[in-house]
Design a protein. Structure first.
Lengths: 246, 294
């Protein structure tokens, strides 16, 4: 079986600086794998081990996504091969366009039976790329998955929705979006990281990117909330101030 | 403009339909796999889902409802099944939704970016579609004389088969309605110490919530208790942040609070720049002192 896992490579939000004019400065930011996608990679890796399947990662992002440390990070987590489109033409794609590029990679990665995606990316947190990918490939989609077992031509999933838990059989091939609880990311050892450097990394430029349906008009730091910021180290003064305020 | 609202919970349907009225002349509500909701829109398209199918797979029916109604704008609830349906619908229409919209203005919407580190304004070039969380629009403003139109579920060729389901117990927590919230963070090293927060909450008549690590990393809290960008966004009168460092991803969930009180061991914690009253020190000293004094 061929398992794919989609992940997003983005700037680390810890490194985002706010410039004097309120604009966001990403120039000093390291590239990282979006946090919840690490859970998706782990989920795919565990399912790959359980079923004796290959696990390949697919990703689309800006030119900066072609970062040797991040690529090794992905491949040190039980992933056999990476397919990445890294190009500034694919830096600010909406969910539909992202899914269209991922669909190209899914086909380039020598077929797929199961595609795992994370809950949402740290930048937009739209939770839409998985379902758009399923629509693009015309395959079933389920979200909120916490457990998956492959039985021949279907994958049996437990999905945790807001008010109900559903047990479903999903025909393969399909896209499943997992909840972060489904798998906790491993901590890769030095041996895994060294081995990762020798695994195949297929990095390509963007080609024929669809016109965006959604585009960015502006990006800025949020307006600061006005607070008193009275900070105490003496407990009695603190309690007195809180008491007076409430 | 005619808005097509996809929602499954009554509260969300009220809020989204009220919001839809501010941007559109007429409002169609589409409810899939849940009881029809009336009194909030002009038409309620109701799609019943057979026991062996999932609501997410009603996308062919939803697309035909959208086409039949001649709607030109989409607003969807931020819940997993509506997220699947709006994804399939926008994919079929060759567009994509703007998620987490906090303000809608024609074809544009403002959303949080990088967990609240930024605010992004995005423009929909084609049919505008927005995913809206709770609390953005005022549900009490919803009005409608809607008639219910039943529409049959049309299964896709490769339908997901539902084998069974089990209702989740209703979480005994209602952060949205709380006047006061005591929120616990990673500063609690021992689960037993949470009692200190519960004691203070009992004194204040407050609900107890948490930051993400206590609901996802450890299971000390149900996920309904988690306040932050991907959890609950609250605006109580009083917010007591205990052992919470003040990362942006958490603060966007509580920035609307009237008074923010913070207790943290680390005097450099970002929370102290975002609170009204702060105490640098031990939770085990501060919480009982507050409980005793208030």
């Amino acid at each position: 079986m061929n398992i794919l896992v989609a992940c997003k490579i983005i700037p680390d939000d810890q490194d985002i600086q706010i410039a004097g004019d309120g604009s966001l400065d990403f120039s000093k930011a390291h590239q990282i794998v979006s946090e919840y996608d690490l859970n998706a990679i782990e989920f795919a890796a565990q399912l790959g081990e359980a079923t004796g399947s290959s696990v390949k990662a697919i990703s689309v992002g800006a030119a900066a996504a072609d970062d040797s440390k991040v690529k090794k990070n992905i491949l040190s987590r039980g992933v056999d091969e990476l397919f990445l489109i890294a190009d500034d033409a694919t830096a600010d794609l909406d969910s539909a366009a992202t899914a269209a590029e991922l669909a190209k990679l899914a086909n380039a990665a020598d077929g797929y039976d199961l595609i795992v995606v994370g809950t949402g990316s740290a930048d937009f947190y739209a939770k839409q790329v998985g379902v758009h990918l399923a629509a693009k490939l015309d395959v079933p989609y389920v979200s909120g998955v916490t457990k998956a077992t492959v039985n021949g031509s279907t994958v049996s999933c437990t999905r945790v929705l807001e008010n109900v838990v559903e047990n479903v059989d999903v025909p393969l091939p399909c896209v499943v979006s997992i909840l972060p609880d489904a798998a906790l990311p491993r901590i890769a050892g030095m041996k895994d990281i060294l081995a990762a450097g020798k695994k195949p990394m297929n990095v390509s430029a963007a080609e024929g990117v669809a016109a965006p349906a959604v585009s960015t008009v502006s990006l800025a730091a949020p307006a600061a909330v006005d607070r008193k910021c009275e900070v105490f180290e003496d407990i009695d003064s603190f309690v007195a101030a809180v008491k007076a305020a409430l | 403009m005619k808005a097509f609202v996809i929602a499954e919970n009554e509260g969300a349907a009220r809020e989204l339909c009220a919001g839809a009225r501010t941007v559109a002349d007429s409002v169609v509500l589409c409810v899939v796999g849940a009881p029809a909701i009336t009194g909030v829109a002009d038409v309620c398209v109701h799609i019943d889902v057979p026991a062996g199918n999932i609501a997410d797979d009603a996308y062919l029916s939803v697309k035909s409802a959208f086409d039949a109604q001649g709607a030109d704008c989409i607003i969807a609830e931020n819940a997993l099944r509506p997220l699947s349906l709006v994804g399939r619908l926008t994919a079929a229409l060759g567009t994509a939704a703007i998620a987490g919209a906090t303000e809608i203005n024609g074809t544009q919407a403002s959303t949080m970016y990088f967990g609240g580190n930024g605010v992004r304004t995005a423009n929909a070039e084609a049919i505008p579609a927005f995913i809206v969380g709770s609390g953005v629009f005022d549900g009490s403003a919803a009005t409608g004389t809607d008639t219910v139109e039943e529409l049959a579920f049309q299964a896709p060729a490769n339908a997901v088969i539902k084998q069974g389901e089990e209702a989740l117990p209703k979480a005994d927590i209602n952060l949205a309605a709380a006047d006061a919230i005591v929120a616990c963070g990673r500063g609690f090293s021992d689960e037993a110490d949470l009692q200190l927060a519960r004691d203070l909450a009992a004194k204040l008549g407050a609900e107890v919530g948490c930051s993400r690590p206590l609901a996802e990393g450890v299971d000390w809290f149900p996920k309904e208790a988690y306040i932050g960008v991907s959890g609950a966004v609250v605006s109580p009168k009083t917010y007591v942040a205990c052992g919470i460092s003040g990362q942006m991803q958490h603060m966007v969930g509580c920035n609307g609070s009237e008074v923010v009180i913070a207790v943290n061991k680390d005097k450099n914690a970002p929370i102290f720049k975002q609170c009204d009253y702060g105490f640098v020190g031990d939770l085990k000293e501060a919480l009982p002192a507050l409980t005793a004094a208030l």
